[in-house]
Design a binder for this molecule. Sequence first.
Ligand SMILES: *Cc1c(COP(=O)(O)O)cnc(C)c1O
Length: 424
Amino acid sequence: MKNDTKCIEAGYTPKNGESRMIPIIQSTTFKYDTSEDMGKLFDLEASGYFYTRLQNPTNDYVAGKICALEGGSAAMLTSSGQAANFFAIFNICSCGDHLIASAAIYGGTFNLINVTLRKMGIDVTFVDSDATDEEIEKAFKPNTKLIFGETISNPSLRVFDIERFANIAHKHGVPLIVDNTFATPINCRPIEFGCDIVTHSTTKYMDGHDATVGGCIVDSGKFDWMAHAEKFPGLCTPDESYHGITYAEKFGMGGAFITKCTAQLMRDFGCIQSPMNAYMLNLGLESLAVRMPRHCENAQAVAEFLASNDKVAWVSYPGLKGDKYYDLAQKYMPNGTCGVISFGVKGGRKAAEEFMKHLKLAIIATHVADAHSCVLHPASATHRQLTDEQLVECGVKPEGIRFSCGIEAKEDIIADIANALSFI
Ligand SMILES: *Cc1c(COP(=O)(O)O)cnc(C)c1O
């Protein structure tokens, strides 16, 4: 099936007389006839549900759909994109380990890795997403356990060279994790380029309607943990908290990662998505393949309009010919990239503030990537405490504006921008 069809059909197939829509199993608990039946679940001898802090059928239907869209072997939902990235990393790394991360990633993920994971004893080396193979190789240490990157980085809109990073990771016997939030599996399927584990903030295009915060982890099932068993004791040696189960042995390459992540991390941290949110996420997924081309069409038109406007100093959009990442975008996302653009107006911070005042359709929000067009001037919002010099140091330009194109008519979005530009 094509992804367009999987958006509608994958993950849940009703049997005779059952509900057409995914049922919302809004229940903490599940009933069993005997303690023995239940015991088998606790021993991971049988699959089934016992407590929604770990697993819930509604969530699993929706995770199954995202798994099919990405071409993975197993998947799970989490309460947020932050939880998905935390779990994906912490399911592999523990205290004393090291990872390599692209520096061009979402600010929340950067903090998670750079501050919180360090507090947990997990060390990191950030590399430029455009680093040479030699520079990436140099970042490896004996205790390096994975590489992490974003298909299209939020908000810097760099395209990550998935295949190149995957080859380097595999040469060193470690997996590559890619956060595919901005591209979505409609525009890019990282597993086809060698990525081992895909993560998502489903809060963005997947939900797509400003409705629910959520995350997802998809395992490709292609990484051979046992072939590098000494690096991955969590997957390749007995788990004392689970009666001595060795995940990679018992569940194989296709199941070990997600089973361990559910049985250990979900059990202990409980960052589960509510079944009601999973149901709403599924509604978003059903139209994802229809919405993404529209987001891209709108962003392409807006980017081209901005690039030809003399009040605009620069435009960054990987779909724009001449963009630094155009060629990589053509390789990984030939049908379109995403709906987010960044650009700078001439006249610096003041002109950008003036521009923002006159927008009527695009709402000012820290959010991106859903049906409503929205806009942010980082220098006067998320980064407002910083001076112009400090802004430059952290890669935020004082005149920079991040614009997320919704699925309204492109003529109306452009008219809104043109009107606001006329005031500066
Ligand atoms: C928003 C975002 C996240 C964090 O997701 P939440 O659902 O807000 O926790 C992670 N990665 C990327 C690329 C994002 O855009």
